[in-house]
Design a protein around this ligand. Structure first.
Ligand code: IPM
Ligand code: MG
Length: 376
């Protein structure tokens, strides 16, 4: 076993189902501590709508300092309906997320899409269509229209959002995507709208030039509208998808449903100095406190965190545990309507499996039932 390590993790549970799914991810972190002897120092930080309630803003200076001083950030979800349907509000939880991404320089957002064999029938796509789907999306995260100048004229009748990209911003994420393709199936697809947008033409020019340094990677180019269609008609053609901020936001939600549930998809947001890990789904306010939210995306985000720390065996252990619960259908209602398990129970079983290598899925299930009886 590798040497025991110490890490500081800032925990931003956020809004809606954020706290309950993060609670399950923390059980997994504790199980990794027990099994491998590492120590993870966790610090809770207010973030999002909760932070607006407590401090008037979604991301305070103190929160920023804690995140900057941590080895990684674990984020639950952000967003509250009381802000969504009122276009006049000045402070929104989502602003906090953009500020956080910018402050930590998290320009590279990695969203892997994996299909579990045992869930093939749950996908809205036909089983044969999703055979061999394995995509890693690289979404640019700190530029583009999300961060450009924004303006609403005085009369409130005309608005604009500017989309800007520099060569440097494109290069620094493209290199990561090319390297990923080199480690994987050696195919990279740049998704853009180069038939219309100047920024997209710059992306294409930069990526075309860089592709010459990666002759072993097959590079191709696809317009975003076509890519949206191809993700449904022929998703297995993709390996690494590289795209700008807003296209990546939209396409990653689309891609996620192929797996059967958006509740399965983790993400890592990586910069040169900092890293953040979060599920790709939102705060799902309707489910808050009901114990029905799927904790797997957040738990798999912890696996990506372990990879980032160089703790490969730990990451594999988490992924294996998740695979076991998926195959045994110990799942929340998004994936198992007839026989749904609660958020907490799915979290418990995964943590038991992570903590004890010898434990079978059956005994961990028994252990969970015993702990349930004790509570009752
Ligand atoms: C995501 C989310 C965010 C985004 C929102 C909450 C600002 O949709 O991480 O995909 O658009 O980036
Ligand atoms: Mg999104």
């Amino acid at each position: 076993m590798a040497a025991e390590k110490k890490y500081k993790i800032a925990v931003l549970s956020g809004d809606g189902i954020g706290p309950e799914i993060v609670e399950q991810a923390i059980k997994t972190i504790k199980a990794i501590e027990m099994r491998f002897g590492h120590s993870f120092e966790l610090e809770n930080v207010d973030f999002g709508a909760v932070s607006i309630d407590h401090h008037g803003i979604p991301f305070t200076e103190e929160a920023e300092e804690i995140c900057l001083a941590s080895d990684a950030v674990l984020l639950g979800a952000i967003g509250d309906p009381k802000y969504d349907n009122d276009p006049t509000v000045k402070v929104r939880p989502e602003q906090g997320l953009l500020q956080l991404r910018k402050a930590l320089g998290l320009y590279s957002n990695i969203r892997p899409l994996k299909i579990y064999d045992s869930l093939k029938d749950i996908s809205p796509l036909k089983a044969e269509r999703i055979e061999n789907v394995d995509i890693e999306m690289y979404r640019e995260l700190t530029g583009g229209i999300y961060f450009g100048e924004k303006e609403l004229n005085e009369e409130g009748t005309v608005a604009r959002d500017v989309c800007t990209y520099s060569v440097e911003e494109i290069e620094r994420i493209a290199i990561k995507a090319f390297e990923a393709a080199r480690r994987r199936r050696k195919k990279l697809t740049l998704v853009d709208k180069a038939n219309v947008l100047e920024t997209s033409r710059l992306w294409r020019k930069v990526v075309q030039r860089m592709s010459q340094d990666f002759p072993d990677v097959e590079t191709n180019y696809m317009f975003v509208d076509n890519a949206a269609m191809q993700l449904i008609t022929n998703p297995s053609q993709f390996d690494v998808l590289l795209t700008e901020n807003m296209f990546g936001d939209i396409l990653s939600d689309e891609a996620s449903v192929i797996s059967g549930s958006i509740g399965l998809l983790p993400s890592a947001s990586i910069g040169d100095k900092h890293a953040l890990f979060e599920p790709i789904h939102g705060s799902y306010p309707e489910a808050k406190g009901k114990g029905i939210a799927n904790p797997i995306a957040t738990i798999l985000s912890v696996a990506m965190m372990m990879d980032h720390f160089g703790l490969t065996e730990e990451a594999i252990t988490i992924r294996n545990a998740v695979e076991q619960v998926v195959n045994a259908k110990i799942l929340t209602s998004d994936l198992n309507q007839q026989d749904a398990f609660s958020t907490q129970l799915v979290g418990d079983v995964i943590a038991y499996l992570v903590e004890d290598e010898q434990l079978s899925i059956e005994s961990s299930f028994e252990k969970m039932k015993v702990s349930l009886m004790t509570i009752i």
